[in-house]
Ligand binder design. Structure first.
Ligand SMILES: NCc1[nH]cc(CCC(=O)O)c1CC(=O)O
Length: 308
């Protein structure tokens, strides 16, 4: 049995995610204490693109780990930069929630049913680029930030007709009832790691590493490893207009992964979409190979063409 101080961001979603992990650890016989840590991404309300640096949501949590103020950090995996940090280990990747993106629109509207001039909110260049490729040229896209509650409130208040969000965030907040459409994961390709959590600790804390190992889901780990290898391989950060999505082929017992990736210009005028498949055990290699193929099709040029 280990006593674990678990660091979390302050947002409702972050606290809910951390409680899910704390509950699982307590069920395994450990005791847990939640410690709130404020991150630059929470403090700074200007656009993510302007804050610029990668990992604005995770830096302060990692500092808290390195300074031994907490023993465990719970991150949304998609917010975690692909590079490793000296002294820290991604000790567990628990089973993933639904990785897809969803629409929350007024009056139960689907994307196809949104009227001409409808205002659709998203702060993500990945979502923006792909939404612009869905064949509706008459929408107005509005850049929004803020937590899930704030974004949904903009639809309820009539400021926007719809917002696009991650399914997983809504599920964890118990708000999946507000989803009006779920986008196919090869149509609106999710962010690498979307829907998964990353449980990090100090590499030297062997007891903690062992305690966290019980949370691991090898299939989720393989999928997100492939997705993140695409991201790292094309040399892009988490704010690039790219998506990658891996899934086990043949259900939960399958031993192969399918991997889809897209790189696009933010204006949606051009994109490269590629897919591949291979053994779970070669996830990293699969992702790297797909990145190489994307680069051969001009991926880095597309990403640089952002006009923000
Ligand atoms: N970009 C912020 C973010 N980071 C993680 C989630 C929740 C979903 C997840 O775990 O991937 C969200 C909200 C969203 O994109 O709608």
């Amino acid at each position: 049995m280990t006593h674990l101080r678990i660091g979390t961001r302050r947002s409702t979603l972050a606290v809910v995610q951390t409680r899910i992990i704390a509950t699982a650890l307590e069920r395994a016989g450990h005791t847990c204490e939640l410690v709130e840590v404020t991150t630059e991404g929470d403090r700074n309300r200007s656009s993510l693109a302007k804050i610029g640096g990668q990992g604005v949501f995770v830096g302060a949590l990692r500092d808290a780990l390195l300074e031994e103020r907490v023993d465990v950090a719970v991150h949304s995996l998609k917010d975690l930069p692909t590079g490793s940090v000296a002294g820290l280990t991604l000790a567990a990747v628990p089973p993933r929630e639904d990785p897809r993106d969803v629409l929350v629109a007024r009056d139960g509207l689907t994307f196809a049913a949104l009227p001409e001039g409808a205002r659709v909110g998203t702060g993500s260049s990945r979502r923006l680029a792909q939404l612009r490729q869905l064949g509706k040229d008459d929408l107005e896209f509005i850049e929004i930030r803020g937590n899930v509650d704030t974004r949904i409130a903009k639809v309820r208040d009539g400021e926007l007709d719809a917002v696009v969000l991650a399914h997983a965030g809504l599920t964890r907040l118990g708000r999946q009832g507000e989803i009006t459409e779920t986008f196919g994961p090869t149509e609106l390709v999710p962010a690498p790691g979307q829907g998964a959590l990353a449980i990090e600790c100090r590499t030297a804390d062997e007891g903690v590493v062992r305690a966290l190992a019980g949370l691991e889901d090898p299939r989720t780990r393989a999928a997100v490893t492939a997705e993140r290898a695409v991201l790292a391989g094309i040399g892009a950060g988490c704010s690039a207009p790219m998506g990658a999505f891996a899934d086990t082929i043949g259900g939960a017992d399958g031993n192969d992964l399918s991997l889809h990736a897209v790189v696009a210009t933010v204006d949606g005028s051009t994109s490269v979409r590629l897919s591949t498949s291979g053994p779970l055990g070669e996830a990293e290699e699969l992702g790297r190979q797909l990145a190489t193929a994307l680069l051969a099709e001009g991926a880095s040029r597309l990403i640089e063409e952002r006009v923000t």
